[in-house]
Design a protein around this ligand. Structure first.
Ligand code: ADP
Ligand code: MG
Length: 682
């Protein structure tokens, strides 16, 4: 960009102080700002065959006037002008309301072009625009701009035209030539012109494609430059783990690792060994085996002389993790301890003392881990499970319990790739995209509430074969109390239904930790066959003999949450079932139920969820730090996003990018975006 374009809009002949003020109200201050005020859509004036136009759709047609138009007045101001128009083979009616003066312009047998709404039943166009003569192609698409205050779309169009005619030649390319060629992208100047004044739909599309790529590339360059900066400025511990003991440990596991597990373990170990501090997200669908990956990495850290910490969102999960990690690690002389808010008094003091001494190797727990009184001797690796449940602040506090410990965030809520690479652009991402062998896909069915009896019949059949079942109760948002009441009601109904042939347990948020643990233990050991629960079982719980899940009011849950719940079954080698009891009223609700029955793939579901809910809502609130793009759309343009991410990674890693004149434009842009501050890179 030349400096000229950074001048105020008043440098454009034809734009005065008052107009500049109007533009400033829309945050358009400079010529560049005006040129980059892109249309958000186009008014479509393309000619179409009437046979393809649906009822009530807008259409532009060209035809010859057939017979004398008729003009009828209703009262003084209202009028109706009717023209019969021959469009190809069709004779249609065109009606203009309250534009009597048009009658003089329309001569019999003349060609005119009209735009309006098509009424298929009456074969009539209610027109709002008309021009005499044949259709002219340069009006195919008209840009529509966001406007505010005193500005109209027409004014914006005019101003942009002024700006372009006076300063268009100053627009400079910023994408390196090799990338432009590789993707056959229009030059920046051509694309700007084509976005504002497209000669046709194809040109507008190509122009948009170029800016989508540009926006993504600049965004990704910024993220990756920041990441490089952060890596190089925060030294890590270069953990020198004992490879032969680690191999021994891996061989002791009751199963061989999947290829995906091996791959992510390698990625994580490489980070741990490196001089840089690890900042990595591990994504893996429910049941993909993240726990054992965590165990391997914790063990590695311990052989390097460090302590490890694992933070999880619920006490049940903390207990389960403590149990399974102890089982795996204790035989190798590793001491694991559990710390939650229910660990109190003397026991707590003991744990805290041992932690400081370094005689506890791995501490597993809930938020209790980040309290002030908890201090480690030398924390080397921090892992959080279900990371999206913890706030940024909590993760930071945990990280600061050591000196630049390596950090691994695990999540079973597959974040759509598109979001992961934007929101977590500054993190490295590892993905376990493979399930352990021998897993059968969970069969999922959607049943209407009136089919409950048949559903309970199916459940009985499973139970009679020695299997266990979860029943997830209706979710009442914002009301903990009603949630609990629902669970109690369902518990009563099922107890009655099964006449005490099976023992039915009850789990909800109002139970104390000890009671919860008791219920979970009974379910794990099969003393209890049916566990009626609110969503507290959502994360992590592992009971492989449970093969049946019934979810009440399934339409109230999001796709990702349903998938999480469903992940409690299908954990053993037996066929598992999940029944969604739901009577959704909306189309989206029905679609969600159908999708659940069609796929078991968490990533597919999360992409769908994103599509149905939109990126802003995906994380529940409109916060999430998602970047705003002017033309690009993270969901629909995700391929371009991936391409741009790869290109950005290559650029940032190359020496030429930081030195060559060729990339000066891009570097300038990064500097302006603050991505190079504190630099001296390379
Ligand atoms: P998640 O990724 O949901 O945390 P878990 O770590 O709880 O999954 O693993 C789910 C189940 O799969 C556990 O019972 C675990 O022992 C088992 N498992 C993990 N890895 C493998 C493997 N490579 N082969 C067979 N079973 C495995
Ligand atoms: Mg897990």
């Amino acid at each position: 960009m030349t400096e000229l374009l950074n001048q105020s809009v008043t440098a454009i002949k034809g734009i005065g102080a008052e107009m500049a003020e109007n533009l400033a109200d829309m945050h358009i201050e400079t010529i560049k700002g005006l040129l980059e005020h892109f249309p958000y859509r186009y008014e479509d004036y393309r000619l179409r065959d009437l046979a393809d136009v649906k009822h009530e759709e807008k259409v532009t047609v060209e035809g010859t006037v057939h017979g004398e138009p008729s003009l009828v007045y209703h009262g003084r101001k209202k009028s109706r002008l009717t023209v019969r128009l021959l469009v190809d083979r069709y004779l249609v009616k065109v009606v203009f309301f309250n534009q009597p003066y048009l009658k003089q312009k329309i001569a019999v047998n003349e060609t005119i072009t009209v735009t309006g709404k098509w009424d298929q039943h009456r074969q009539t166009i209610t027109a709002n625009e008309m021009s005499v003569g044949a259709y002219s192609k340069d009006k195919e698409l008209e840009p529509v701009y966001a406007v505010k205050g005193k500005l109209t779309v027409k004014t914006i169009r005019r101003l942009i035209k002024l700006a372009f005619s006076q300063f268009g030649s100053q627009v400079e390319e910023i994408i390196p030539a090799e990338l432009l060629q590789k993707y056959k992208l229009m030059s920046r100047r051509d694309a700007l012109r084509a976005l504002h004044f497209p000669s046709g739909a194809e040109e507008a599309k190509q122009a948009r494609r170029r800016f989508v790529y540009e926006e993504f590339l600049l965004f990704q360059l910024k993220m990756q430059a920041l990441r490089k900066l952060e890596r190089e400025q925060t030294p890590g511990n270069a953990q020198a783990y004992d490879l032969s003991r680690l191999k021994e440990f891996i061989e002791s596991l009751p199963f061989p690792l999947t290829n995906a597990q091996k791959r992510v373990v390698n990625e994580i170990l490489t980070d741990m060994k490196s001089l840089y501090r690890m900042n990595r997200l591990l994504q893996g669908d429910v049941g993909s085996g993240k726990t054992v990956v965590a165990a391997i990495c914790l063990f590695a850290s311990i052989t390097a002389g460090f302590q490890g910490a694992l933070m999880v969102p619920t006490e049940i999960l903390a207990e389960q993790h403590a149990e399974s990690l102890t089982a795996l690690l204790a035989p190798f002389g590793v001491t694991c301890e559990l710390l939650t808010s229910s660990v109190k008094g003397k026991r707590r003091r003991e744990i805290l003392a041992k932690l400081q001494e370094g005689t506890i190797n791995v501490l597993i727990g809930t938020h209790a881990l980040i309290q002030d009184e908890v201090s480690f001797r030398n924390l080397g690796l921090v892992i959080t499970d279900e990371q999206h449940r913890f706030g940024v602040e909590q993760r930071r506090i945990l990280r600061e319990k050591g000196e630049n410990p390596d950090v691994l965030f695990m999540t079973a809520t597959p974040i759509p790739r598109t979001l992961a690479i934007t929101v977590f652009g500054e993190m490295d991402v590892s993905i376990i995209d493979e399930m352990p062998a021998g897993r059968k896909a969970i069969e999922t069915y959607w049943a209407k509430p009136e089919m409950l009896d048949r559903v309970l019949g199916l459940m009985d059949k499973e139970l009679s074969q020695g299997r266990q079942a979860y029943v997830i109760c209706p979710l009442i948002e914002e009301s903990d109390k009603l949630d609990v009441q629902n669970a109690i009601d369902v518990h009563n109904i099922l107890s009655l239904h099964f006449h005490n042939r099976y023992k039915i347990g009850l789990m909800h948020g109002r139970l104390g930790a000890a009671e919860k643990e008791e219920v979970m233990k009974e379910f794990s050991s099969n003393e209890v066959q049916v566990l009626v629960s609110t969503t507290v079982v959502e994360v992590g719980v592992n009971v492989p003999n449970a093969t049946f899940m019934l979810i009440y009011d399934a339409e109230r849950f999001g796709l990702s949450q349903l998938h999480q719940l469903r992940g409690r079954v299908g954990r053993g080698s037996e066929q598992s079932y999940c029944i969604l009891l739901a009577d959704p009223k909306s189309e989206v609700g029905k679609e969600r139920m159908t999708i659940m029955t069609e796929t078991n793939d968490g990533f597919v579901l999360s992409e769908k969820d994103l599509e149905l809910r939109g990126p802003g809502d995906f994380f529940g609130r409109k916060q999430s730090g998602l970047p705003e793009f002017k033309v690009a759309d993270m969901v629909h343009d995700y391929r371009a996003l991936e391409t741009a991410r790869n290109d950005a990674a290559l650029l940032v890693q190359s020496r030429a990018f930081w030195q060559s004149e060729k990339y000066a434009g891009l570097r300038e842009h990064l500097a302006a975006a603050g991505a190079l501050s504190g630099e001296k890179l390379d």
